[in-house]
Write a protein that binds this ligand. Sequence first.
Ligand SMILES: *[C@@H]1O[C@H](CO)[C@@H](O)[C@H](O)[C@H]1NC(C)=O
Ligand SMILES: *[C@@H]1O[C@H](CO)[C@@H](O)[C@H](O)[C@H]1NC(C)=O
Ligand SMILES: *[C@@H]1O[C@H](CO)[C@@H](O)[C@H](O)[C@H]1NC(C)=O
Ligand SMILES: *[C@@H]1O[C@H](CO)[C@@H](O)[C@H](O)[C@H]1NC(C)=O
Ligand SMILES: *[C@@H]1O[C@H](CO)[C@@H](O)[C@H](O)[C@H]1NC(C)=O
Ligand SMILES: *[C@@H]1O[C@H](CO)[C@@H](O)[C@H](O)[C@H]1NC(C)=O
Ligand SMILES: *[C@@H]1O[C@H](CO)[C@@H](O)[C@H](O)[C@H]1NC(C)=O
Ligand SMILES: *[C@@H]1O[C@H](CO)[C@@H](O)[C@H](O)[C@H]1NC(C)=O
Ligand SMILES: *[C@@H]1O[C@H](CO)[C@@H](O)[C@H](O)[C@H]1NC(C)=O
Ligand SMILES: *[C@@H]1O[C@H](CO)[C@@H](O)[C@H](O)[C@H]1NC(C)=O
Length: 883
Amino acid sequence: MFLKGFTLLGLALATYGRGFSVRRQSQSLEDCPGYAASNVQDDGSKITADLTLAGAACNVYGEDISNLKLEVVYQTESRLHVKIYDADEQVYQVPEDVFPRPVSKDIDPSDSALEITWVEKPFSFAIRRRDSNETLFDTSAASFIFESQYLRLRTSLPEAPHLYGLGEHTDPFHLNTTNYTRTQWNRDAYGTPEGRNLYGHHAIYFDHRGANGTNGVFLLNSNGMDIKIDDTDGQFLEYNTLGGIVDLYFFAGPTPKEVSAQYAEVAGFSAMQPYWGLGFHQCKYGYRDVFHVAEVVANYSVANIPLETMWTDIDYMYLRKVFTLDPERFQLPLVRQLVDHLHAHQQHYVVMVDPAVSTRDNDAYSKGVEANIFHQYENGSLFQGVVWPGPTVFPDWFHPDTQKYWDDQFLRFFDAETGVDIDALWIDMNEAANFCPFPCADPDGFADEAGNPPDPPPVRNNSARPAIPGFPQNFQPTIPTRRSLTRRQYETGKAIGLPGRDLLNPKYTIGNLAGSISNLTVRTDIINYGGSAQYDTHNLYGSMMSVASRNALLARRPGRRPLVITRSTFAGAGAHVGKWLGDNLSQWDHYRISIAQMLEFAALYQVPMVGADVCGFGGNTTETLCARWSMLGAFYPFFRNHAQNDAVFQEFYQWPTVAEAARNTIAIRYRLLDYIYTHFHRQSTTGVPLLNPLYFLYPEDSNTFTIDLQFFWGDDILVSPVTEENSTAVSIYLPNDTFYDFYTHEKVEGTGSYVNLTDVPFTKIPLHVRGGSIIALRAESANTTTELRKQDFVLWIAPNATGHASGSLYLDEGDAIEQPETSEIQFTYDNGSFKMTGSFGYPTDNVIADITILGQPQAPKVSLLQEAIPLTEEWSRDLDVKC
Ligand SMILES: *[C@@H]1O[C@H](CO)[C@@H](O)[C@H](O)[C@H]1NC(C)=O
Ligand SMILES: *[C@@H]1O[C@H](CO)[C@@H](O)[C@H](O)[C@H]1NC(C)=O
Ligand SMILES: *[C@@H]1O[C@H](CO)[C@@H](O)[C@H](O)[C@H]1NC(C)=O
Ligand SMILES: *[C@@H]1O[C@H](CO)[C@@H](O)[C@H](O)[C@H]1NC(C)=O
Ligand SMILES: *[C@@H]1O[C@H](CO)[C@@H](O)[C@H](O)[C@H]1NC(C)=O
Ligand SMILES: *[C@@H]1O[C@H](CO)[C@@H](O)[C@H](O)[C@H]1NC(C)=O
Ligand SMILES: *[C@@H]1O[C@H](CO)[C@@H](O)[C@H](O)[C@H]1NC(C)=O
Ligand SMILES: *[C@@H]1O[C@H](CO)[C@@H](O)[C@H](O)[C@H]1NC(C)=O
Ligand SMILES: *[C@@H]1O[C@H](CO)[C@@H](O)[C@H](O)[C@H]1NC(C)=O
Ligand SMILES: *[C@@H]1O[C@H](CO)[C@@H](O)[C@H](O)[C@H]1NC(C)=O
């Protein structure tokens, strides 16, 4: 195997290495001359200059590009754009139709919170705050290098900075600033190891400076890169990319929430989710047939644990091929009965779709070949890898006909009348993942050797199967039928290459855990339709599939909000889809780090619909881990239990403690569902995040800067899970503020220190309500979100130290993209005086049935309301309370 691989690699180098000039002895980066600026044009909002190589080329990792252009635009009061690109405009830039650029207001620089200054030779620039002159970014720390296959830009930073972001990673929320490298190259990352490149690429960081404010820096560049943060030679952050251009957006903040909102203007406002999507989801790889799936649905019902949505992994596919059903285990009439059953009980169904299409006997393959939309070599032969079904080809999302191909597959396979009537979609393996190691010269041979497609589990003797509660007697298999398909000949496609680069083995090596950048993915020398190369666009693959898949769902059900959950993302993905955090493990450290990951996606990257696999994906979970995780998961925006095929079953009903923990906490989540839905709406319209790391709300309290085991759900519910195995205690930080115990409503004065909670049972998660808030809860939980929406509301008023509180409630129909009738209600409370104002366009019979002021003596409980408050008009009253 080794010898074979070795020979093939040698052959590949011989083949693909041809055509590159032999360069002179490589020099060191210290010899790089930098650039000199000239021809500076300053027209106020926009500054341009020419940058010329300031000495002999160093050509360390490619050829130095002699002539560059600088373009600076004061885009808004809080956003500055700096772009440095080659004068010939040949170097790859992230395409506008993949990442639409924000509208610039082209403001007068004196109206900007930021200011740029520069030094002409060697060229460097600095970004400062205009009001304080504080330097936020300064590239004079090392010479700027712009080569054909390497770009280096370093900024100096204050000592021991507080940096966050640069995902996707499983490192601490507060980034290490010593000898730390973040490699960005999307990868199928089973086990989500720390310190490594994972599935997504989000090159934004937040630089938090306490009372001096927070600023954000986003590099719009999809090339593979290492971002290095170190304090040798002064504290710095340095971008080292394999190509692309310098395309930087600076955000002034000055609060962390404002940086989030300012980034959302560039990345796109997040897609609003359907209300039902916030319910509880159950999944597992390895449900052997449709009966097994039905049993899980029935068992949840019997256990009285609300199940909103049932999911099926690749098990449903015939030999793991996308857009097929296993004719024995997942017979279409039975799958349709299962989905009908779910829909009749106000529940939903989701399945997985992968991008890779099997080359073996398959309609999706022949249709794609016919449309000529698969990735191909320059000679027109298809690029093949190996994924679950064995040898596969990969859709080229740049091809103008790929969307129609994808839509057609969805319309046929997911037809509501004749197919699998899914309600939402799960997309996976879209980094893109390929099991066949580079150079993968014999995908068929590799697949057969590796056992792809893997043998499905043997068909069960269904006659011995007991009836499933809630399912009809005729829920029985019929004789399977198999389709037979013919292969079509491939047509010659066109291929346009970018000149002169080694697209397989760039001299600069990024820290990709898979080694070569072409390994275990689509080869980087594959040219996309339109002429760009996978070398440059690899990191866009998952996001482009996300957009195409969202569009395909919209083609199926026009006008309804698509819920799409993806694994691979690029900056901006949240405007289209949600994200699950990939193949984690059933371990306590994975439980803990999921909090930081969730905060990063929701609060920093603008992907608010995010969650980790609850109870863990790989390996066997335990009763106590799953109990704790079921409760933490109830505070993930996306709440799904999922496990690997060979892991023990971990549905919440498997253990009494877990069942009780899940029942308790799902009830809390559901009662608060409109509260978090209101925050979802706010994020999708303003970018202000629905989750808050503690420092977002207490930016001047340095104790909060490193906290990543507690968070605010919305602005006002502090979630403090127990984080150690077997423990029933947790030490939690309470900022200097007023809080109320969620369960007892007792006032707890925070003092800016840690408090030990003890005797926290395995069925309870510590929660506190922040003083100053008014929270609208449903009066009761329900078995589904449809039932939940029929419940009345109650208000909890949590006064702050001066007796004030405020809150809001957004109401709409919950599923359509266009919402002509909405309510945006504000509640305020001021020492006894309560007001409800706002707009009341959403018609509802639900009322505010009761109001509770937290921190009041509990018994005897006297209702503060004589009568219920309709949610249809303004209302105010002095509430009869003794404070
Ligand atoms: C910022 O610098 C300018 C000149 O560079 C100076 O006039 C101004 O007073 C400074 N502002 C502060 C707050 O230091
Ligand atoms: C940061 O990285 C350095 C060097 O790798 C290591 O010694 C240190 O322990 C890390 N610090 C944290 C907080 O992880
Ligand atoms: C920096 O980190 C690398 C990889 O983690 C390690 O091999 C090296 O020893 C570290 N260097 C220092 C100075 O800590
Ligand atoms: C805040 O700014 C002041 C003055 O510019 C500086 O002395 C101080 O170090 C800064 N603090 C932080 C945390 O960056
Ligand atoms: C939930 O309750 C409603 C009303 O009783 C019922 O119609 C529906 O079938 C139930 N759904 C589930 C999943 O239990
Ligand atoms: C590709 O990945 C496999 C599995 O991790 C590894 O064994 C192999 O060395 C890698 N090959 C290259 C060319 O990086
Ligand atoms: C998980 O449990 C199953 C069943 O007890 C066992 O066969 C398997 O080896 C376990 N897996 C691990 C990783 O421990
Ligand atoms: C937790 O308890 C289990 C069962 O008693 C035990 O096997 C395990 O070692 C304990 N873990 C720790 C970290 O103490
Ligand atoms: C807590 O906050 C109050 C009111 O903002 C302030 O007066 C007090 O000094 C703060 N205490 C601490 C320890 O920071
Ligand atoms: C909380 O518990 C930790 C660990 O048991 C202990 O070190 C700390 O002193 C305790 N803090 C308080 C305020 O009791």
